[in-house]
Design a protein around this ligand. Structure first.
Ligand SMILES: [Zn+2]
Length: 162
């Protein structure tokens, strides 16, 4: 169940303004709502996404997140080219290709560690901002001994009220 702070009014089209994080995102999202499209579908992704496509395959686009999470040293997104919301809609061939792409990103960036995750389905349950299947890969920094190294924060849903 979403918190009381979540408002249905802020969900417009394929986008959820409750979960927008930066002014750049909000102004782009407003334009997309006006145009009435899904910004992650293949016909529109390159039109709206401000970062370059790093790799394109039959099923996926790989790019950087337009607003990387605070403190990350790398934040990539893997966007399914067909419109899909749930994992069950992803072609088995595409899931195989996804792992190849994650391995590609690992080698390309000489990663020593990182995390990847997918929010899917209703954004009021996940903290997602675009209702279109995409995978996120984030890399932080080695903790070291400096106390200033705080944890990366990722919203992956809402807690059940106590
Ligand atoms: Zn879409």
């Amino acid at each position: 169940m979403p918190t009381k702070k979540y408002t249905k009014k802020k969900k417009q089209g394929y986008l959820d303004f409750n979960h927008a994080r930066t002014p750049e995102q909000i102004s782009l999202m407003k334009k997309i709502v006006e145009d009435g499209v899904c910004p992650f579908c293949k016909e529109f992704f390159t039109k709206y996404h401000p970062k370059p496509i790093l790799k394109e395959t039959k099923w996926w686009y790989v790019s950087e997140n337009m607003s990387p999470y605070e403190g990350t040293s790398l934040h990539l997104i893997f966007v399914y080219k067909e419109h899909a919301v749930m994992p069950s809609e992803i072609s088995p061939e595409a899931s195989k290709e996804l792992f190849k792409l994650i391995s590609w990103a690992e080698k390309e960036n000489e990663l020593e560690g990182g995390s990847f995750f997918v929010r899917f389905g209703k954004s009021e349950m996940t903290g997602g901002s675009v209702d279109h299947f995409h995978v996120q890969l984030i890399v932080g920094n080695a903790k070291g001994t400096d106390k200033k190294y705080d944890k990366l924060k990722v919203k992956l849903g809402y807690k059940k009220p106590e």
